[in-house]
Ligand binder design. Structure first.
Ligand SMILES: [Zn+2]
Length: 256
């Protein structure tokens, strides 16, 4: 039987609990939720801050990088004093300061398929906050394999995109999206990134994950949201399932 919220926690989260869409039951669901965040760069920092402060019970952080001074203009969990630290440890220290009730697991390495096969099934939802195509494809495939919902986000220059992938709903997946829009291989190092845009996308990943955990997802799975930060404009596109997709279409067959 899951533990109910303590009195001090009910007070702490009062402004959320008074929302009828969240209520005490929703806050308790968050307390018992386990969220896997892959990547603690700009997207991950923004998402983690809000998952932690909102009352998610357990967070697992996976990243092999260390904090560099060039991260500081946008990666909001890190400070000047933490340059040179493993990002997952620096993020954990800051998140503990925000909300000591949150249990934080850290893995200071990049996620490979073997690690993902171990971690993904232990969580209720996954946030892909990585910054490269190989990781995104691998995370997408592992979430499909284990039937765990995924919120995938990306940002570069002044542009961002976000999509919920839900294997249970048989939605189009990141592999289908890649077939339609050839994702850029450019990194933020090469192309540059506007800090508010990457933070906005990470924040939206947390927004979707929090409501999805309450069965109140604010977006349909397979609906791509894009953001143009130079014109402050959101657009939406329904991504059709690509018949040749080796992930979600193969998932109907024994390859899975
Ligand atoms: Zn697919």
């Amino acid at each position: 039987m899951p533990k109910p919220l303590r009195y001090a926690q009910a007070l702490r989260y009062n402004r959320q609990i008074v929302l009828p869409q969240i209520d005490l039951q929703g806050q308790e669901r968050w307390q018992h939720a386990r969220v896997l965040v892959l990547g603690t760069g700009g997207l991950g920092c923004a998402a983690l801050q809000h998952l932690c402060s909102s009352g998610i019970g357990q967070l697992t952080l996976v990243d092999g990088d260390i904090v560099e001074v060039t991260n500081l203009p946008r990666q909001c969990l890190f400070s000047n004093q933490q340059v040179g630290m493993q990002k997952v440890h620096a993020a954990r220290d800051r998140l503990h300061a925000i909300n000591p009730d949150c249990v934080i697991h850290t893995i200071a390495q990049m996620a490979d398929d073997m690690l993902l096969d171990e971690l993904v099934p232990e969580h209720d939802i996954v946030l892909d906050c990585t910054d490269n195509l190989a990781s995104r494809n691998s995370i997408n495939a592992r979430c499909y394999k284990h039937n765990i919902p995924l919120v995938t986000g990306a940002a570069i220059r002044f542009e961002g995109q976000i999509m919920l992938v839900d294997p249970v709903q048989d939605s189009a997946c990141y592999g289908c999206l890649s077939q339609l829009i050839q994702p850029t291989e450019l990194s933020c190092t090469e192309a540059g990134i506007f800090s508010p845009v990457v933070n906005l996308i990470g924040l939206q990943q947390a927004h979707i994950a929090l409501l999805h955990l309450l069965d109140k997802s604010p977006t349909r799975a397979g609906l791509l949201h894009t953001y143009d930060g130079l014109n402050m404009q959101w657009n939406q596109f329904t991504i059709p399932a690509y018949q040749g997709c080796p992930v979600c279409q193969a998932s109907h067959k024994e390859i899975r």
